[in-house]
Write a protein that binds this ligand. Structure first.
Ligand SMILES: C[S@@+](CC[C@H](N)C(=O)[O-])C[C@H]1O[C@@H](n2cnc3c(N)ncnc32)[C@H](O)[C@@H]1O
Length: 157
């Protein structure tokens, strides 16, 4: 079953580790079979100062946000959801003709400006993951959510 839903992800930097890359490709392709997914990759900023990196990457991310986007920032201090609740978040945003736009920060995290702009902060766990692993977990959970929405047995297997 194919949904007309659109999902967007904005993230920082290439996936350099081949295992994370392969896992992300697996779930990205599965998601593509169910709905439209667009990804925007921001270049990693090189600077000596952490706050320069966070703020510049933050500005570059904000430039890619559109009016229809419902901004969901991934942050370990955000709200925790179970997979059914997470699928409802995605379903509700999409049925309101908005686009869930997931943002994953770079190695040093997210700027305060993005945190202020976000419509929702979600946590995948109270533990901190590298951004590559956070991306893989996010994709698996988006795929899981979509299977819940279309009634595919993946979540119950
Ligand atoms: C290495 S982490 C950045 C850690 C940084 N110290 C901070 O305070 O945000 C890189 C990115 O992965 C995502 N991330 C890592 N762990 C996460 C978690 N448990 N829940 C949600 N997002 C997470 C966030 O978007 C974060 O900005």
């Amino acid at each position: 079953m194919k949904l007309t839903y659109n999902i967007k992800i904005i993230r920082v930097g290439k996936i350099k580790n081949k295992y994370f890359y392969n896992a992300s490709k697996l779930y990205f392709d599965r998601i593509k079979n169910i709905c439209n997914i667009k990804e925007i990759i921001i270049k990693e900023v090189k600077a000596k100062n952490f706050s320069t990196i966070i703020n510049q990457e933050g500005k570059n991310i904000i430039n890619k946000i559109d009016k229809k986007d419902f901004i969901i920032l991934l942050d370990e201090k955000g709200k925790l959801f179970n997979s059914i609740e997470f699928s409802k978040v995605i379903d509700n945003i999409c049925t309101q003709q908005k686009i869930p736009c997931f943002i994953i920060g770079g190695s040093y995290g997210n700027s305060q400006q993005i945190k202020n702009k976000a419509d929702l902060l979600i946590s995948l766990s109270p533990l901190t993951f590298c951004h590559e692993l956070a991306y893989v977990v996010l994709l698996e959970q988006i795929y899981r959510s979509l299977t819940i929405i279309i009634g595919h047995p993946y979540h119950n297997e």
